[in-house]
Design a protein around this ligand. Structure first.
Ligand code: SF4
Ligand code: SF4
Length: 417
């Protein structure tokens, strides 16, 4: 019953923090060679990860990192799931005493905030980025490869995910606008109580239909949806309510305006969306990202962490290149993890600007002002001995067929950190 109530809340309030206790969880009957996984301490994520692993018969150690109760994607984008978070949970959980290996599987969507090289250097553990969807984790573990299959690295955003995003988007939009609508004069006309459910329905519809609606970007898709919804409204109103012309015109215009707003607002809830207004409204791509070929050492990490399939490997040159710029979401995961700073862009990662993160950051800043905190120092430790054996499958050692790894110090004199 309690879990059901929590699921209902998560259907609408997923953008609000819902923490569960950080620490080490034993899943099934793990031994000293069992995989070690990391996730956030968002209650729903932890519950789903455990349920999925139990269902798939995976024995594992699960490290629940303190991410302020925020999901992986948002926490990584908002600076709450970082290299320090992973280092901290590794050092405080006592996991070293339970396993003989030092291989760590991170959620792929944490790559925006977690630096592969930083975790490795500061802990001696060798991280890998697992699949984007927890459902693919068992297959990934059973395959025994260090790198996820290409299709498991991409965020698919299926109808169910889009529906949940829509309900959350709608709920938050209503919460955000309820006060302005209440204090504006339109509540006197009774318009506000019709506007709020309309906003919710448009939010769900725009999210579910995001791939089908005409238009390049959210606003254009919102207008398309608004025109469609207004046309349906005209037919219904003429059939059932016989609205006079002026109210009819007013409502159709209002529906299009609300829908355009919902379309504009949709990406702004994502911590990963930082596009220029020209891009958001007109669909003129402003995001630029490229790879300086001379600096690329063919380590594959950009491709491994990219949720949008932006990069292509050039087997001749043994380099990566940007092949699908339109798909780039400006998440910054590739930039965060490139060991040679070969990836340059016209955007910068950083703290998420969504209302949830703004509140958390504001509260955090207030706390820091009133508290004296001791900042823990982290010393680099040597890698575990067995990580240098052939059995070890860290990200750099498992090549795709035909792909050769360049030595850590390549011809450009660039060295891994
Ligand atoms: S992460 Fe950087 S060095 Fe590695 S393949 Fe990509 S561009 Fe090249
Ligand atoms: S290419 Fe774009 S979407 Fe892919 S990891 Fe880099 S910033 Fe993110």
């Amino acid at each position: 019953m309690w879990n059901f109530l929590k699921d209902v809340w998560h259907l609408f309030g997923r953008l609000f923090p819902f923490p569960t206790k950080p620490g080490l969880r034993r899943i099934g009957d793990p031994d000293r060679s069992s995989p070690v996984l990391v996730t956030c301490n968002y209650e729903l994520t932890v519950r789903k990860v455990i349920q999925t692993l139990v269902r798939d018969g995976v024995d594992a150690w699960l490290l629940v990192a303190p991410t302020k109760g925020i999901n992986v994607w948002c926490a990584a984008g908002g600076g709450h799931f970082t290299t320090d978070t992973v280092v901290s949970i590794l050092k405080t959980s006592g996991i070293d005493n339970h396993v003989d290996h030092r291989r760590l599987i991170l959620p792929q969507l944490s790559a925006r905030g977690v630096n592969f090289w930083g975790v490795k250097e500061h802990t001696g553990w060798k991280p890998r980025f697992g699949p984007a969807d927890i459902k693919d984790l068992a297959a990934y573990l059973r395959a025994g490869k260090s790198r996820t299959e290409r299709e498991h690295r991409r965020v698919k955003f299926v109808v169910k995910d889009r529906f949940v995003m829509g309900t959350n988007l709608g709920f938050n939009t209503v919460l955000l606008l309820i006060l302005p609508l209440l204090i504006s004069s339109i509540w006197l006309t009774g318009l506000w109580w019709k506007t709020l459910p309309l906003l919710f329905v448009l939010s769900v519809a725009s999210s579910v239909g995001v791939f089908w609606l005409p238009g390049k970007v959210g606003v254009q898709k919102g207008v398309s949806l608004g025109v469609l919804a207004a046309a349906i409204f005209v037919v219904l109103s003429q059939t059932f309510w016989q609205l006079p012309p002026w109210p009819l015109l007013g409502w159709t215009g209002w529906i299009v305006v609300l829908s355009a707003y919902v379309g504009y607002d949709m990406p702004s809830w994502s911590p990963l969306w930082r596009q220029d207004p020209k891009e958001l409204v007109l669909g003129v791509k402003q995001t630029q990202i490229e790879i300086i070929q001379e600096k690329c050492i063919n380590c594959h990490l950009c491709d491994i962490v990219c949720p949008s399939d932006v990069f292509r490997h050039d087997p001749e040159a043994k380099k990566y290149e940007v092949a699908n710029l339109d798909a780039c979401q400006a998440c910054g995961a590739c930039i965060e993890n490139c060991p040679t700073e070969a990836i340059v862009s016209n955007f910068r990662g950083g703290t998420c600007a969504c209302p949830t993160c703004a509140i958390i950051d504001g509260v955090g800043a207030l706390k820091r002002k009133t508290q004296k905190r001791e900042v823990p120092t982290v010393e680099p430790v040597p890698a575990a001995a067995n990580c240098d054996t052939e059995a070890c499958q860290c990200a750099l050692e498992d090549r795709e067929p035909g792909i050769e790894l360049q030595t850590p110090e390549n011809e450009n004199g660039i060295r891994f950190p």
